[in-house]
Design a protein around this ligand. Structure first.
Ligand code: AMP
Length: 484
């Protein structure tokens, strides 16, 4: 998962500082690397590994001139994760085009190792946006330079859709200063368009999440449809083009875990959806006759909204029992089980007063390997809890994500091939409940009834795009070999 922003500002403005602000708002979508590409008649690029605040110096910001710019935060998926693999990327030919994306191509290795070399194209990085960029550039190159931009652009996007398989929302800049975006035919990854109107004129922006638009004072116009493309030249009206039609299958895990609660994705409020997950879980808890705890305690941060809603429906006190140290690095991507487990202990510290002599229900958004839940159940007991129940606001995760959410290989999932009772034993809880998949999907759909299905591949192993499974097999062997 990654985050991007693109802005077409009024001519004469320097827009990179605003791109920087938006990247800060999107930092949760990727802490691995960051980059900004601006355009003022030439491209200016700064990108490197690290968080936004560490990548850009005042000198870089001064150099990133121009009123059109795109920015990206990377979350690692495939590739070694070197500075060269960070985004955006650009090409001077044809026309001049720069690009960044959120997602993952399931046929990247086939494009890089077989199809592109056969066409005399040598990709330099392990980053799949480079493949999307070349596919787009190839398409553009095949068009007539004298043709209207809308038809050239639509052709280039269509050509990209034919070559690039998987999930991708793309933002880009095209010389002489056009901002563009497009969303894969299934619309798996989010992409929202915004507008800021002032006396001086109208500016346009596209982002992975609406929060990036909000912080810059852009109003939300609408999300791109699946298979839809958009471009705008500063000072002109934007053009929206429907290039491919498939079923729309946005990622449900964005709503469960990934996105910020103050964002809207495909018109769905993330915050309200998480509350509905909590309400649905409360109903399920009640219907199952599950034990009544003395307190409901969220695992910070992403489960708070759901845990509070659950507590309200069940009329059980809600309290904070774990304090998260935000400055500990990501536990999730640490290479060994030992490193992950000890980092969880440093990351989450209990408030014993909330546990002593009580039966508590810990609520988390998901259980992946089970490290967090196992460790926190242990900590709750050590802090004096009598009984420790556990609830997940999503169903058992059992299948990896081929579209860019780093999760685990199949065998890492604690719930894979196990009953709920077996997982309960693994994590050491006195009771365990997962939100049912039908209730979860319903709770998400209420936010936008026009969406008739989500990508729920990580829960079901069924993916919207046909090549996903082969890709997962390839990643799994790569990871297993790396850890052998
Ligand atoms: P685990 O300890 O492996 O069971 O991971 C579960 C915890 O990781 C939960 O607290 C989730 O909020 C969090 N989580 C779930 N998915 C991801 C992800 N893709 N990246 C980072 N953290 C995640």
């Amino acid at each position: 998962m990654c985050g991007f922003i693109g802005i077409a500002g009024l001519s004469g403005r320097q827009i990179a500082p605003e791109v920087y602000e938006a990247l800060i708002a999107l930092q949760h979508r990727g802490q691995d690397a960051s980059g900004i590409l601006s355009f003022d008649g030439k491209f200016h690029l700064r990108k490197a590994n690290g968080m936004v605040r560490d990548v850009f110096s005042p000198e870089d910001m001064a150099r990133l001139r121009g009123n059109v710019a795109i920015g990206h935060n990377r979350y690692p998926t495939v590739g070694s994760g070197s500075d060269e693999d960070s985004q955006p990327f650009y090409l001077n030919f044809p026309t001049g085009v720069g690009m960044a994306h959120n997602g993952n191509l399931t046929n990247f290795l086939d494009l890089k190792d077989r199809l592109f070399p056969a066409e005399n194209i040598c990709l330099q990085s392990s980053c799949d946006v480079e493949a999307i960029l070349y596919a787009f550039a190839q398409g553009l190159q095949q068009t007539d330079v004298a043709a209207p931009m809308s038809s050239r652009f639509a052709y280039a996007v269509e050509h990209t859709f034919l070559r690039a398989k998987g999930a991708y929302s793309v933002v880009g800049v095209l010389a002489p200063g056009i901002l563009f975006a497009f969303r894969d035919p299934f619309g798996i990854k989010p992409c929202i368009v915004g507008r800021r109107v002032s006396a001086a004129g109208t500016e346009w922006a596209v982002a992975s999440e609406s929060v990036a638009l909000d912080v810059l004072g852009f109003e939300r116009v609408r999300d791109l449809h699946n298979g839809e493309a958009f471009f705008v030249a500063p000072g002109e009206e934007p053009v929206f083009l429907r290039v491919a039609e498939q079923v729309h299958r946005p990622c449900i895990f964005e709503l469960v875990y990934f996105a910020r609660p103050d964002s809207f994705l495909d018109k769905i409020s993330v915050y309200k959806t998480r509350r509905r997950f909590g309400e649905a879980l409360a109903e399920q808890w009640r219907e199952a006759g599950a034990p009544r705890p003395d307190a409901i305690i969220p695992i910070p941060d992403s489960s708070r909204d759901a845990a509070l809603a659950m507590a309200q429906v069940l009329d059980i006190p809600y309290c904070e029992g774990f304090i998260k140290n935000r400055y500990v690095g990501r536990t999730f991507i640490m290479p060994s089980q030992e490193a992950r487990t000890s980092a969880i202990r440093r990351k989450m510290n209990p408030i014993p007063l909330e546990f002593q002599g009580r039966d508590v229900l810990l609520v988390d958004d998901s259980i992946v390997r089970g490290n967090t839940s196992r460790k926190l159940v242990e900590q709750a007991r050590a802090a004096g809890a009598r009984k420790v129940y556990f609830a997940s606001t999503s169903p058992p995760l059992t299948s990896p994500c081929p579209y860019g959410i780093d999760m685990a290989t199949r065998s890492d999932f604690v719930a894979r091939g196990k009953t709920v009772e077996q997982v309960r034993q693994e994590i050491g809880a006195d009771y365990l409940m997962y939100l049912d998949i039908a209730r979860m999907v319903h709770a998400a759909q209420v936010g936008n009834p026009e969406i008739d299905g989500f990508c729920t591949g990580c829960f079901t192993g069924r993916y919207p795009t046909p090549e996903a499974q082969e890709h997962l097999d390839a990643i799994e062997s790569e990871r297993l070999a790396a850890h052998a």
